[in-house]
Design a protein around this ligand. Structure first.
Ligand code: AMP
Ligand code: GLY
Length: 418
């Protein structure tokens, strides 16, 4: 089959690496791809958010199957548009993707179907939102309703901070339309864990749990980022917890989306907080996490293409998905300044002399005159597997030591807690 992957990050690189290995895939394209993906797939300059351009490219190149990996094209209805053109596509429809693209939709769904989550209220008017913050007190969490590059959440420690966040979003136009409506919710505490699941609308197959590290600096300090590293599996998420999440969160979510007339086909991402009162949903995403995908898919032993096809065909109950019992770790190297302003175009050295067993999944890189240079905030995710978490981390950090580019920064404490 001829397959097209939409996206350009580390997540898309690991997806391409898995698909390139499948005997079912004869030709692989990626739009737009990056400097690392270019070694596995033919990269084409169609923007991930260009729905019409993607449909046109798929049609002209007789693409059999399209994997839509990032959030924005899913929220824009790229899967619907491809399907309407008669092209098979992996990922939720625009309606189903609202579970990520609208916090008000996802919070309302959880309320209606009694799925555990932080108490909340939604606001479309500034004054009632400010009043609510004053009445509730701090700490309190303010969330933009729409997609905001993972930056639309403010965990406010003081009432003043929360009031500023509400004003910035609703009045100041921060996050544009995404922030015109806000959700204000109760502050929860506890370890966070990500559970990704393959879902064909009815059947749900959870993957091993993983943990992202969202803050820019060691000890969870500094601003939120897209994710600075990840591990899989997670020691504080065992079988009892997994059974409880299946019963109280995973199954009810899939059933709820089906009951609402928008069955979910694709990757359902459960961002959970393990609170003293039990697991609670912090967020849903409608796709693989990045960098969670890099560690989770490293442990997948089955053919990813076969699973994608079964998800799209609604026959997930007939595939056997096998996982390695090893541990995987990913350490992200970012451009100096990220998640704030940063420079690009810095040559990257050491990629051709990585220690054995280490994969460098490219995020923000480009090929320039045959050289790999930096082209984004998160640049590379050095990823490795081993029999123990400490072994996987050791290898991933050996990978970090082997690579260099001007201004590179990374966390030195990935996986420390677990
Ligand atoms: P999100 O973009 O929804 O994943 O939120 C980003 C981060 O904000 C999460 O990973 C949590 O660390 C934190 N967060 C979100 N909601 C809450 C909450 N209700 N209580 C405490 N922390 C939260
Ligand atoms: N790593 C978090 C996310 O992809 O949303």
């Amino acid at each position: 089959m001829t397959v097209l992957v939409v996206g350009s990050g580390g997540r898309e690189h690991v997806i391409c690496a898995k698909l390139a290995r499948s005997p079912l895939v004869t030709k692989l394209f990626c739009a737009p791809g990056n400097g690392g993906i270019a070694k596995l797939a033919q990269c084409v300059p169609v923007k991930a958010t260009d729905v019409d351009g993607m449909v046109e490219f798929a049609r002209q190149n007789s693409i059999d199957f399209v994997v839509v990996a990032p959030d924005d094209p899913l929220a824009l209805g790229m899967v619907d548009a491809l399907q309407a053109a008669g092209i098979r596509a992996f990922g939720p429809t625009k309606q189903a993707a609202r579970i990520e693209s609208s916090k008000i939709f996802s919070k309302s769904l959880m309320k209606k179907y009694a799925i555990p989550t932080a108490r909340w209220e939604a606001f479309t008017q500034l004054e009632p939102a400010l009043d609510y913050v004053r009445r509730q007190g701090a700490p309190i969490v303010v969330k933009a309703d729409g997609l905001a590059l993972g930056k639309g959440v403010v965990v406010a420690q003081t009432v003043g901070e929360a009031l500023d966040a509400v004003r910035d979003m609703m009045e100041g136009g921060k996050f544009f339309e995404a922030g015109r409506r806000v959700v204000i919710e109760e502050y929860l505490s506890g370890p966070e864990v990500t559970v990704l699941a393959f879902c064909d609308g009815k059947t749900l197959l959870p993957m091993p749990a993983s943990r992202d590290h969202k803050r820019a600096l060691d000890a969870d300090m500094g601003p939120n980022t897209g994710g600075m590293g990840a591990i899989c599996p997670v020691s504080d998420y065992g079988e009892a917890l997994s059974a409880r999440c299946m019963e109280t969160i995973f199954r009810p979510t899939v059933d709820a989306l089906q009951a609402e007339g928008c069955p979910f086909q694709g990757i359902l991402y459960f961002g959970l907080m393990l609170t003293p009162d039990g697991p609670s949903v912090i967020e849903y995403n409608a796709r693989f996490g990045d960098p969670e995908a890099q560690v989770v898919l490293t442990l997948l032993e089955s053919d990813l293409m076969e699973i994608f096809l079964a998800v799209e065909a609604g026959s997930l109950d007939s595939v056997d998905v096998r996982w390695s019992s090893r541990h995987a770790a990913c350490v992200v190297m970012a451009s100096g300044g990220y998640p704030g302003a940063y420079e690009t175009g810095k040559p990257i050295s050491g990629l051709d002399a990585l220690p054995g067993g280490v994969c460098a999944y490219h995020a923000g890189t480009a090929l320039q005159d045959g050289r790999t240079v930096t082209a984004g905030g998160r640049v590379l995710g050095l990823t490795a597997a081993a029999d123990s978490l400490s072994g996987a981390l050791k290898l991933a950090y050996l990978g970090v030591d082997a690579v260099s580019f001007e201004g590179a920064h990374f966390r030195t404490d990935i996986g420390k807690r677990g």
